[in-house]
Design a protein around this ligand. Structure first.
Ligand SMILES: Cc1ncc(COP(=O)(O)O)c(C=O)c1O
Length: 233
């Protein structure tokens, strides 16, 4: 699979090679915590403990990465877990972040109550107004510009390309957190042009009812984002 394949082809096939042992065409769910090793460090297929990596999650991550044309995707049990891991990976105490003025409540509380104690400061901006964001960027350089589109709750729309340009000119990482819309129409491919970290919500739009939360930040061009895998566990 390459990202030149269409979205539909990648969604069905990427990360879903038939099971090498049984030939099962859909990846089985591996309900196991620990994997046998052939001696110290002798991992079979790279797996040792399911929290760190497991074949079921790998299949999902490979599919998401292919859909985004990204080198790697990370899947989490919830969107907030994805946000927390991403921020602890790309930010350090003393860094600054721009947050939408109608950010999802859980996201705002993460910044205001959790990361504030960690030394991460934030300013609230009307994220749909790129000129206002640019003004704020001129006063203080953030490590991250956080965006949602459409926003939750007010359904504000963000011009991702314009925001990415503004953020990158300021040396900041743009995170696009996605909850309501399919990222299908928000593609930032090819990755080299719109470098950023989209997060895909697997709750509201993947499942018929919003009852299966999960989120996936997709570290793209920033090497700094790669340690996210070990931050997750
Ligand atoms: C924009 C946004 N980000 C993050 C989340 C958190 O996702 P989760 O409930 O999977 O933790 C939500 C949940 O509704 C959301 O709307």
């Amino acid at each position: 699979m390459t990202y030149q394949d269409g979205f539909e082809t990648l969604a069905i096939h990427a990360g879903q090679e038939p099971d090498p042992v049984t030939g099962a065409v859909v990846p089985p769910i591996y309900q196991v915590s620990t994997y046998k090793q052939d001696g110290v460090g002798g991992l079979r297929g790279g797996y040792e403990y399911s929290r760190s990596a497991n074949p079921t999650r790998t299949a999902l991550e490979q599919c998401l990465a292919a859909l985004e044309g990204a080198p790697r995707a990370l899947a989490f049990a919830s969107g907030m877990a994805a946000e927390d891991c991403l921020l602890r990976t790309v930010c350090s105490p003393g860094d600054h972040v721009l947050v939408p003025d109608d950010a999802y409540g859980g996201t705002y509380r993460l910044f205001a109550r959790v990361f504030a104690g960690w030394g991460l400061t934030h300013d609230v901006v009307p994220i749909s107004h790129v000129a206002a964001v640019r003004e704020q960027l001129a006063t203080r350089k953030p490590a991250v510009v956080w965006a949602e589109t459409p926003t939750n709750p007010l359904l504000g729309i963000v011009d991702i390309r314009a925001l990415a340009e503004a953020a990158h000119e300021a040396g900041a990482l743009l995170v696009v957190d996605n909850t309501f819309a399919s990222p299908y129409l928000q593609h930032t491919r090819p990755p080299s042009t719109w470098a950023g970290t989209p997060t895909w919500s697997a709750g509201p739009w993947w499942s018929p009812t919003p009852n299966s939360p999960s989120g996936s930040p997709l570290p793209r061009t920033r090497p700094a984002a790669w340690p996210a895998r070990s931050t997750r566990g």
